[in-house]
Design a protein around this ligand. Sequence first.
Ligand code: NAP
Length: 296
Amino acid sequence: MKVLLIGGTGQLGRCLQDRRPDGWELLAPGSVDLNICDQGAVESYVGRIQPQLIINAAAYNAVDEAERNPAAAMALNADGPRHLAQAAQKAGARLVHISTDYVFDGAASQPYSEDAPTNPINAYGKSKRAGELAVLQSLPQTIVLRTSWLYSEYGANFVKTMLRLAAAGKPIRVVNDQVGAPTYAGDLAQAIIQLLRNPDAPGGVYHYTGATALSWYGFARHIFQAAGLTPELLPITTSEYIVAATSTATAASPAIAARPGYSVLSYEKIARCGIQPKPLHASLDSMVKKILNLRS
Ligand SMILES: NC(=O)c1ccc[n+]([C@@H]2O[C@H](COP(=O)([O-])OP(=O)(O)OC[C@H]3O[C@@H](n4cnc5c(N)ncnc54)[C@H](OP(=O)(O)O)[C@@H]3O)[C@@H](O)[C@H]2O)c1
């Protein structure tokens, strides 16, 4: 099967490439080779290679930066996916599009179901929600897979930041009032592959996250436990974080985006397709060891 992977250099993209099933002829152009914001380029690329499947793992993920540049976030997170959906429709290809827990406002106290009303509270979330609507309108059988708090051995993420801060030897202050579910990008990649093996999985919205919900502070504790490190770790509130960040901000710093206080996603729908999310330690421990071994 000819598969076009967009965002192949990102965390999820690289994990997908590592797990590429036999039988996938995978093309993964970088953004310099195929900029999905350019509708003509997408049309001609997809028209030329005629993929049977397109996976869109590309995104404008800089949540704070998006407050200052919402048009750039909208171009990559909404226009780009729409171009891909329209091109997929013409080529007769399936489309898998990745979205986020940040489409919700975080006011809930129970995990959000796939059909819970969305209400994004920052520019990034608004652009990702616009992307969901764009792909589902252009190609209703698209699989929109929402995930949260991605980490992996690749790129920049919270796990790597925590390990770097611990190495610096200073006290580490981490927000304790935002709750979500960390998701190992390798597990998400595997879930996508498994879902695609089911030709009957209907289009629409699915959720896939790790099975453990906690705060960023709780996540940091697990990371240090897995790494065998004991830095001074202090829980703070989001308000305290904003005060500290704004006091050190420069004119060039992006505004700090509002973030949902509770963005846990329920995953019963994907579990009914035989895909079971994993508890945090099952993936985190080995990944942390992998990162530490790479460093030593
Ligand atoms: N990271 C998280 O915590 C998180 C949480 C929830 C949901 N998600 C979603 O999960 C998905 C994967 O995220 P990730 O963390 O793996 O992403 P990532 O590491 O930030 O990678 C982003 C990718 O987007 C590509 N890209 C950027 N501009 C592009 C353009 N104009 N045209 C084509 N490709 C472009 C980049 O390619 P180049 O390197 O070639 O520029 C890169 O491969 C995204 O949909 C994201 O919204 C992420």
